[in-house]
Design a protein around this ligand. Structure first.
Ligand code: AMP
Length: 112
């Protein structure tokens, strides 16, 4: 499958890994939008939030149980923001479900 995040999972494209287990991978965003910017992805290819179902949502719950430790491991000590862009209007650029963790500095109170 021609998916850049699947290639990162497969080790075909390098990444700056923060956390990995059998279900998920966390790595630093190549184009950070905050001092600390980490992406957390499921190892199964789920295209976006729109494709989350009762059958595949356990990995999403798993991601959310790991996010606090991933944020800490990445160096975040004073709060963070988690977001997922879904579809064209949200400017989703990689069609593999991912959660941005942003922190390491004071973030703007509002996104827009
Ligand atoms: P989104 O725009 O929400 O789909 O987010 C995709 C994110 O993936 C962007 O913030 C990109 O900077 C990031 N990204 C794209 N390619 C890579 C890569 N090879 N390694 C790390 N981050 C990447």
């Amino acid at each position: 499958m021609d998916c850049i995040f699947c290639k990162i999972i497969a080790g075909e494209i390098p990444s700056s890994k923060v956390y990995e287990d059998d279900k998920i991978l966390a790595f630093r965003d190549i184009n950070p939008e905050a001092k600390v910017h980490v992406l957390v992805i499921p190892k199964t290819h789920i295209p976006s939030m729109d494709a989350v179902t009762e059958e595949n949502s356990a990995v999403v719950a798993h991601i959310f149980t790991k996010i606090p430790a991933i944020a800490k491991e990445a160096g975040i000590t004073n709060g963070y923001r988690v977001l997922s862009n879904c579809g064209p209007d949200a400017a989703q650029s990689v069609p593999h479900l991912h959660f941005h963790i942003l922190g390491g500095e004071q973030l703007p109170a509002h996104l827009v």
